[in-house]
Design a protein around this ligand. Structure first.
Ligand SMILES: [Ca+2]
Ligand SMILES: [Ca+2]
Ligand SMILES: [Ca+2]
Length: 261
């Protein structure tokens, strides 16, 4: 129903307009400029008869300064204005490792619209979430590094495009972390190597009330115990371990077995 827009009408009086609005446009089908209500009604009536295709519209507004915004509009006719990114997955990363060590994990997905993508990681308990990382080009790999304490963790990843369309969380990628990787690395130094410092620490602990090895499994040189490996305790450390370590270091004895997951 046509009616006067009072405010606009007041303003346009200075242009000697009799009616407002004075322009009718219908998506390129019709355009009318004038002040005939009859013509307006005919145009609008015609518009009602036309088939209308579904229209999908999204608008993105981003503040780029104290008083300026980037505004982007995407309109789809019979197709969505935006398509969700393809499902993301944890594509690469270790499944076994040492607690407290940073490991790399990778994910790569694509967007049907070639939009830029962001990735978020769930490091295993649904609460330790990364920030959204990005932007990455569609098809570009996101690499994230993270360390965790001892335990079993289900890592997940999800992606979103720069229109905020998100994928579901990926399937879980399981990783097992334990403190003992190399038996004999008694002092648990990051190099993982066996050297005189390890022997000194073991002797000091066993005979001089020195500090206990930070990871009992590394000092349980012979791997004996193992009621519940790798959850070994200080009580699994005895003289046989010292003998084996000395034998390995100085007499060509067999190397300590690795801890197993
Ligand atoms: Ca998209
Ligand atoms: Ca060491
Ligand atoms: Ca032992």
């Amino acid at each position: 129903m046509l009616s006067h827009n009072t405010y606009a009408n007041q303003r346009t009086l200075e242009f000697n307009r009799a009616w407002t609005p004075t322009i009718y446009s219908d998506g390129g089908e019709d355009l009318y400029i004038g002040n005939s209500e009859t013509s307006m009604r005919i145009m609008i009536g015609n518009g009602h008869q036309r088939a209308v295709a579904p229209l999908d519209l999204i608008v993105k507004m981003e503040q780029v300064g104290s008083d300026s915004y980037d505004i982007t509009v995407r309109i789809g006719n019979e197709v969505p204005a935006n398509n969700d990114p393809a499902a993301a997955a944890v594509d690469a990363g270790p499944t076994f490792g040492e607690d407290g060590v940073e490991y790399d994990f990778e994910s790569t997905t694509t967007d049907p619209d070639a939009d830029e993508l962001y990735y978020q990681w769930d490091w295993g308990d649904g609460r330790d979430l990364s920030e959204w990382m990005g932007p990455y080009a569609s098809g570009e790999t996101c690499t994230a590094s993270h360390s965790r304490p001892e335990g079993d963790f289900d890592i997940k990843v999800r992606a979103k495009d720069d229109w905020e369309a998100e994928t579901e969380w990926s399937a879980a990628y399981s990783i097992h972390l334990q403190c003992c990787i190399v038996r004999g690395n008694v002092d648990d130094d990051p190099s993982g190597g066996i050297d005189i410092g390890d022997l000194v620490m073991l002797v000091d602990y066993m005979f001089s009330q020195g500090p206990p090895p930070p990871c009992p499994g590394t000092a349980n040189i012979d791997g004996s115990c193992c009621v519940n490996p790798p959850n070994e305790t200080l009580s699994d450390i005895d003289i046989a371990d010292l003998v084996m370590l000395v034998d390995y270091m100085f007499s060509g004895g067999p190397p300590p077995p690795n801890c197993v997951p």
